[in-house]
Design a protein around this ligand. Structure first.
Ligand SMILES: *Cc1c(COP(=O)(O)O)cnc(C)c1O
Length: 465
């Protein structure tokens, strides 16, 4: 056993730390180890239980009803499903909308700031995506633009509470009302905000109505493995109408084996994540979440204020949530991708976001319950990294490289050829402890989205070679 654990520890040596708040994306730490231990204990207890057959394991039904019930109580009611994550919740919401409406060539209306999970769901489910721009000041979608994009084939409109990139809440009441008037379902993507905004509101933040209590909202996704602080594999999708939830389900009796009735995309799966979410919610309770909400709000306000004081940097929009994006003014000489690498060298991870739909490249910070304790250190690391980035200047991509990549027929290269091409221009794609990502991000940033996607797929295939 100790050998196994040593091996794991060696494998994880270059991983970003999952606790402590220095990684401002991907992980959510309460700062209370006993909560994570309770989750791990119950996760382990439920590990080998299969959620496939609820009649075989009634504990699954009881736990799921408790978890989903709590989410529904806070977010305006409805009928839910416990899923493995935001992507699966969104997949089920799109499937339910598609199968409720039954139009010939289904499409959905999605702000450019909506999560790629909608594009993925659309791709898997044969739905096309109509993207709607957002304001370059507020980063919100305009209800008029959404209204204009709706056609007889629209099976759903999407709004976010908040959108991940800039942390702003779309005009949900207006969009939901206009969708309802046209008979179109409206999904609120509260994956990141669903278990955060209610506590921020109670702590004094001006959070507008965003949940199933808003007339016209037909479904909502809320990830518990984000601000629910549960181990990964935990999300809830809620439907206002139980008939719509049934459209998310899938049953098959078309074989001679056991009858299949699935609420989720996966069939056999561990009840561990459900147990972990259940235990986290019990261990924290309403008071625990509210307390985390208070410190999250404090940290977010301090961070916004502090960022405004760093020469050359500016916060994008006015985020209502605790997700903050900041960019560098063009005259500052600060390359945000270099800033990100500099911060990583100082032990902090801030997430680069590529430019898209007129929104400039920027850096993203998810402020959580533990951020407050280190917020001053974070601010000084950002200030130092900005100064260092100014000193180093923007990344210089070898002359002609972007044009070369843009015209490259990637299909004609195998993974090895791709890797040697990358290393010939000084880009090491093999991973490792402190990757310099600025060059990679700069090249990606200069390319159109479909080319970026092609390269990303190549990259993934390469690192798994
Ligand atoms: C994280 C997130 C998702 C997708 O969630 P996963 O759990 O990573 O599948 C969808 N929408 C928003 C706004 C998110 O922040």
């Amino acid at each position: 056993m100790s050998e196994l654990l040593e091996a794991v520890s060696r494998l994880r040596a270059d991983d970003l730390p999952v606790r402590g708040g220095k990684v401002t994306a991907y992980v959510y730490d309460t700062g209370r180890p006993e909560v994570h231990e309770a989750a791990a204990r119950v996760y382990f207890e439920m590990l080998e239980t299969n959620t496939l057959d609820p009649t075989a394991f009634p504990s699954v039904v009881a736990m799921e009803k408790e978890v989903v019930g709590q989410v529904a109580d806070v977010l305006g009611g409805g009928h839910g499903i416990f899923t493995s994550g935001g992507t699966e919740s969104i997949m089920l919401a799109v499937k339910a909308a598609r199968d409720s409406l039954d139009v010939a060539r289904p499409s959905m209306v999605v702000p450019v700031t909506a999560h790629p999970a909608f594009h993925k769901a659309a791709h898997y489910l044969g739905v096309s995506v109509i993207q709607v721009p957002v304001s370059m000041e507020t980063y919100q979608v305009s209800p008029d633009d959404v209204a204009a994009a709706i056609t007889p084939s629209t099976i759903m409109v999407v709004v976010s509470a908040p959108s991940y990139p800039q942390g702003v809440i779309d005009p949900i009441e207006e969009v939901a009302a206009l969708a309802a008037a046209r008979g179109v379902p409206c999904h609120v993507d509260a994956c990141v905000g669903g278990w955060l905004l209610p506590w921020l509101r109670e702590a004094g933040a001006p959070v507008p109505p965003f949940d199933l209590s808003v007339p016209g909202v037909t479904s909502l996704s809320c990830d518990l493995h984000k601000f629910g602080y549960a181990p990964k594999g935990a999300s809830v999708v809620l439907f206002a109408d139980p008939a719509m939830r049934r459209k998310a389900y899938f049953a098959s009796a078309a074989w001679p084996g056991y009858t299949v009735i699935n609420a989720t995309v996966q069939s056999s799966k561990s009840a561990g994540p459900l147990g972990g979410a259940w235990a986290t919610m019990r261990a924290l309770g309403r008071e625990g979440y509210l307390e985390l909400g208070r410190s999250t709000l404090k940290a977010a306000l301090r961070l916004r204020e502090g960022l405004a004081e760093v020469p050359g940097l500016r916060v994008l929009g006015s985020p209502t949530s605790s997700l903050i994006a900041f960019g560098a003014s063009p005259s500052s000489g600060i390359d945000v991708f270099v800033l990100s690498d500099e911060a990583r060298r100082r032990g902090w991870f801030v997430q680069p976001q590529l430019s898209y739909a007129g929104i400039p490249a920027n850096l993203h910070i998810t402020v959580t319950g533990v951020t407050l304790a280190g917020v001053e250190e974070l601010l000084s690391v950002i200030a130092e990294s900005a100064a260092a980035a100014r000193e180093r200047g923007p990344v210089e991509v070898p002359e002609g490289l972007v044009e070369l990549v843009e015209t490259l027929e990637l299909d004609s290269l195998d993974d090895t050829a791709f890797a040697s091409l990358a290393s010939s221009v000084g880009v090491d794609l093999t991973g490792g402890g402190q990757p310099e990502m600025a060059v990679v991000n700069t090249i990606l940033d200069a390319l159109p989205a479909p080319k970026r996607e092609e390269i990303l797929v190549r990259f993934l295939s390469m690192i798994y070679t």
